[in-house]
Design a protein around this ligand. Sequence first.
Ligand code: LFR
Length: 504
Amino acid sequence: SATRTVAAVDLGAASGRVMVGRVGPDTLELTEAHRFPNRPVQVGTALHWDVLALYQGVLDGLRRAAAEHRADSSVIDTSAVHSSAIDSVGIDSWAVDYGLLDADGALLGNPHHYRDPRTAPEVIERVWHQVGGVEALYRTTGLQHLPFNTVFQLAAAQGSAQLTAARTLLLIPDLIAYWLTGTLGAEATNASTTGLFDATTRTWSPRLAKAIGLDPALLPPLRAPGTLAGPLLPEVAADTGLGPNTRLAIVASHDTASAVAAVPATDPEFAYISCGTWSLAGVELPAPALAEDSRLAGFTNELGVDGTVRYLRNVMGLWLLDETRRHWQARGLPADLDALLAQAAAADPFTSLIDPNDPRFLPPGDIPGRIRRFCDDTGQPAPATPGAVVRCILESLALAHRHTLRQAAARTGRTLTTVHLVGGGSNNALLCQWTADALGLPVIAGPAEATALGNVLMQGRAHGLVADLAAMRGLVARTQPLRRHEPSGDIGTWDRAARRVGLT
Ligand code: LFR
């Protein structure tokens, strides 16, 4: 049957990659063309993304993808720009963060990182006041409160020369798409994470923008995922070796939306954890749940593919482990992941536990030191070895997964039966097993590359080769290797551990 070859650009907080996918009604294959580090840069107190380095990585990756996938050589064509077999390019990244363009379309400064400290409590309080209260903000946007939501970042930037000069706001994937094609748009799943988006009408909320003093004209027209947009700029086509026929495909550009679209579930009431830098844990709903109980329980209503709602909560995720390893590595201490996981498996259980979502764990820095202080503050022994630190992180994450999914089930009247754990964390067998043990439910682990697969699948949709969300998920289930973790051990020990850190 027909297939298309597409490039999926997936930018993560720690690394970016360009993958080549082959997709058709019965085909879903993924190979990595290029992977490059994403290293945020601290300038004074500000934390920025090095967005031009990311763009360079994207171009390098597209060049490689084009070189490795030439069109049929029997087609006589001496012009290199006509010879790529890549039909389209789709882009996804983390949510929330943005770049500003001036009236000439030039980028105004480097985008801030969502872990930048500028969204102080007084900024947040001011926004709540301006929009008529935290409850009203939730009723419109359905967003869980995270201090870095775009609306708060923009409020922190109010009055700055940069924001005053700005004419267009672009979320990160839309900024990369603009550089590749010269077209302006705001992909809808990612727009839904800003705090300036109406969860019910599924459009920008000019009222919220005005309330915080932002000109709504900064917000570009929305684009729906699963469609094809313009061709690449001629310079980009020439530089990368992609053809003039290679189109931009609008995918679910919020990485979590792409990952959830690629969960290999057959039961519509499935629960998921998209586990990487963050653990995004929840269920899928047909419409947003905007009542006070959802707000108080901290659930978000982000827009998914085909009008679905991602009803989930952010759990701090493997950031805790990755940042701990970065901290150790910078001090010349051993930080090899496999060695640390083996030590964690051998360490004593439930010695030290944290609430992973304690705000002290959000900024970059000395996570092991903050874990020690958390343990001091809560009357627990601090982890005494690297293996104990890693055990503390993973057991605590398993408890937070359990807590969040049980709350999601309770709020939506569902019964949890199995849990799909997708993303890089699905390679962490300890975390998958402990999540299964803590919940007393089977965990189906994989695919690790759910986000890139979701990106490829939406491009398949845009090319008319994949019918709908059910077909996407069925294709993942049929083609990707998955691992099943059955619950084991005594769930009572997890119940007691959960009570110790208030994660019941
Ligand atoms: C995951 C993610 C989350 C979002 C966080 C910050 O990569 O996109 O969904 O809350 O990053 O943007």
